[in-house]
Each structure stands twice: as C-alpha cells, then as structure tokens.
Design a protein around this ligand. Structure first.
Ligand SMILES: [Zn+2]
Length: 230
C-alpha cells in the first residue's frame, strides 16, 4: 500500500525476495522493484519531479572488483562481463521493446529510504524511457518512471486515480513527520504496520503538502479512523 512504512525485513517479506540491489527487474505480469534514496549520502542521484509523479532514476555502477576498484570512474554497464544484460540492461531492453513492439511498459513498485532500515512505499510506476548521457568522465543510465495509472491499460484516468495522484506526500514531508512522530503510531505507539496518514481526509480539503496534516498511524488506528469519518 502506498505510503506504508516498512522495515527492510518487512519489505523483503512482502516482495518475496531478498532486496540486496536497488534495481530488480521482474518479467511481467510481476512488477519489478526499485529502491531509491534522496538522502544526502545516497550512492546515486535519484530525482523526483516537484509533483512527485516522475522519477528520474539513475542506473547502477559496475561491481567493485580488483579490475574496477573505483566503480564511479567506469561507464555504467549494460552488459556483464559474461555478456548478459545487467539490471541496467534489462531496464533499457524493456524500454526498447516497448518502443519497437508497442508493448506495455514494465511496472515497478518504488520504495524510498527514510533512514537506515526504514523504507516507505511510493506506489507503482511505469518505466517509460531512458537515456545514457555523459556525466563527467563516464556515462550513466537515467531511467524515467512515471506514476502508474494514467495510461496503464485503463481507457482514461478515473476520478479515483486522479485523487490518488494528488495525494503524493513529498519525501521531505515524510522525513519530517517520521522524525517528529518518532517512527510510531501517534495514537498507540505501535511500531509495526505503519503508514503515513493524512490527518485531514482529502474529501474535506486536506492537503498532503504540510507536515502538520500528515501523521503516522498503525493499521488498527487507520481502520478506526475510517470507521469514524465515513
Ligand atoms: Zn495505533
């Protein structure tokens, strides 16, 4: 569920795989998984548009080995030394196929790192495009992922979906709220099954932009809340 707060272990359990890498391509109909971070010490430059609906995700470097002691001085590889596509390659192939054969874009669930061991679900995104530009002394992949829903097979965006798009909570707000609420349900102090909640329902004009109307709730208190207001 979007805006859920998960520990690393919960995230792996939910996806049914160990998430050692940031990029995890899975063939449709399964969704792939992308781990991103916009923290100051993040290893890659992942950018999100100001409305939080377009993610420019940087590809990943060669593994550090004896021959490549400094991965940041090498082009990001499309193929492994054995000639098989890397995750960069699988992502890029999927875009090339989509353009050539007019197939549907690959779907990814995006998780963003809040702090060590804590992640938040940013929802489903479609892999639409990529570039392989020069960045300093080397070339890096830049993958363009767009929030899913406008064009995921549905004939037109439904009202429900537009609603969904409008309620993206920016990372900076999540970071502040997580800190302020100390990673706990504000009602009971639970530390599991948490998610970011709008204090104010959208139907009553709530906005997701300010930390003041976002808080952390556990699943139980979220249910209790829905029962009270609807
Ligand atoms: Zn609670």
């Amino acid at each position: 569920m979007k805006d859920e707060i998960l520990t690393y272990t919960e995230m792996c359990g939910r996806e049914g795989m160990s998430l050692q890498r940031g990029m995890n391509f899975r063939s449709p109909p399964a969704h792939g998984i992308v781990l991103m971070s916009r923290r100051p010490n993040a290893p890659y430059e992942d950018e999100m548009s100001s409305d939080e609906t377009v993610l420019l995700y940087e590809g990943h470097d060669v593994n550090r080995t004896k021959d490549t002691p400094d991965p940041k001085s090498h082009d990001q590889p499309r193929f492994s030394i054995h000639g098989k596509p890397t995750e960069n390659g699988k992502f890029a192939d999927s875009v090339d196929n989509m353009k050539k054969r007019n197939t549907k874009p690959a779907i990814f669930r995006v998780y963003e790192k809040m702090q060590t061991g804590i992640w938040t679900d940013r929802g489903l995104f479609l892999l639409r495009d990529y570039e392989y530009p020069q960045k300093g002394i080397r070339r890096v992949f830049k993958f363009r992922l767009e929030q899913a829903g406008f064009d995921s097979g549905a004939p037109r965006a439904s009202a429900a979906f537009v609603h969904e798009v409008s309620r993206q909570i920016p990372s900076s707000v999540k970071q502040q709220v997580y800190k302020r609420d100390r990673g706990q349900c504000v009602q009971c102090g639970a530390t599991d099954q948490l998610h970011f909640d709008h204090d104010f329902p959208f139907s009553k004009g709530g906005t997701s932009i300010l930390p003041e109307n976002v808080r952390i709730l556990c699943a139980r208190h979220n249910l209790a809340k829905s029962a009270n207001i609807e």
